[in-house]
Design a protein around this ligand. Sequence first.
Ligand code: NAD
Ligand code: USQ
Length: 391
Amino acid sequence: MNVLVLGGDGYLGWPTALRLSARGHEVGIVDNLVRRQYDEEMGVDSLVPIRDLETRVRAWRQLSGLRVRTYIGDLADADFVERTLADAAPAAVVHFAEQRSAPYSMIDRAHAVYTQVNNVVGTLNLLYAIAEVDPDIHLVKLGTMGEYGTPNIDIEEGFIEITHRGRSDVLPFPKQPGSFYHLSKVHDSHNIAFSCRNWGLRSTDLNQGVVYGQETEETALHSDLATRYDYDAVFGTVLNRFIVQAVVGHPLTVYGKGGQTRGMLDIRDTLACIELALLNPPAAGEYRVFNQFTESFSVGDLAERVADLVPGAEIEHLDDPRVEQESHYYRAAHTKLLDLGLAPHLLSDGLMASLLALVDRHRDRVDPSAIRPTVDWRRTHSHLGATAGRP
Ligand code: NAD
Ligand code: USQ
């Protein structure tokens, strides 16, 4: 299959591009490299050193003999998006190319506006380009479990059957997102669903949980193929952060009570889910939603599991910098990808031990000042990174 991976220079996009290439698909990467600029703006860096895109792609070609095309440009540029789709003529587009940090979106007005414009306008430009270039292209879009929030009822996969005053319908599941970033995904979902109804596009919205891990079969082949590992308070995701904190002897930063429960998955399962969605496309006009996670954990339980593996590790309950429920009911359906054949890598002590060893190899690169949270949801200005994606 001919596939374009938008955001193919990022944490998940790069290993996905390699996986698809290794499986014999023809792959093109689209990216404006802005993720590397956020690092400069925030004064942080990936824990694991990463090469520039050109070097990565060259290394992959030398190691595998396989070519991955690159298109450097911004999804905000509608002409670029349309030209790229026309040139690449893909059967499917996997869309990772958004600003994906909730704390970054909550720094101040400029970062909230940047996040929503980047994400919502980029996706809208893509929808128009698909409709104009080839409405048959399957859009596989990365959404987030955080679109649903934490309601006091079971979460379904995208839709819920409601009976109201004697009448019934299947309607989008209610959305209660917890940041301007998570809200951008809700806005995307509405625009995508409308485009499927309106133009007959076909799309899979993958409501993905929090990802952990770093190595995949392909990135492990050579250090030049490594994907990024974020541990800072703005871009690091919770388990990857706890692992780094345990290695450097920093107390594990559980926010508030620690009862916040989230769907999570191993980075290797992200790749498997994307491939399953690509190989099993929806019908023309169909907008479908898969909940993409394999297990749920509370952050308090995760911290305890990490601390149990590292003698002397301590857990600290910080005042929660976010506005979120700190203890709540959580049960979310996630059967559709399993039905397509997903065989999950569940979180094991072995995986955590290998992550601890990986982090230990790079422990000299940890900047302890990047660990504590700096963005406060309750304030409208957190005095950080004044330039919003444009350092
Ligand atoms: P990332 O920031 O590492 O990668 C995103 C990539 O998109 C970057 O390389 C960036 O340069 C590029 N990009 C951003 N805006 C762009 C634009 N306007 N034009 C072109 N390129 C642009 O993020 P990630 O962790 O790999 O996440 C990828 C996707 O998966 C995101 O949409 C995110 O919301 C979603 N997701 C991630 C997680 C997670 O835990 N990492 C969990 C659920 C969902
Ligand atoms: N948390 C802590 N301590 C920390 C870091 C986080 O207790 O040091 C808590 C947070 O308060 C939150 C939970 O852990 O309750 C998850 O936080 P996170 O930073 O790991 O994840 P989140 O902000 O939700 O965002 C990440 C990705 C985002 C993706 C989302 C999936 O950055 O792109 O959309 O996970 S989900 O959570 O399902 O919405």
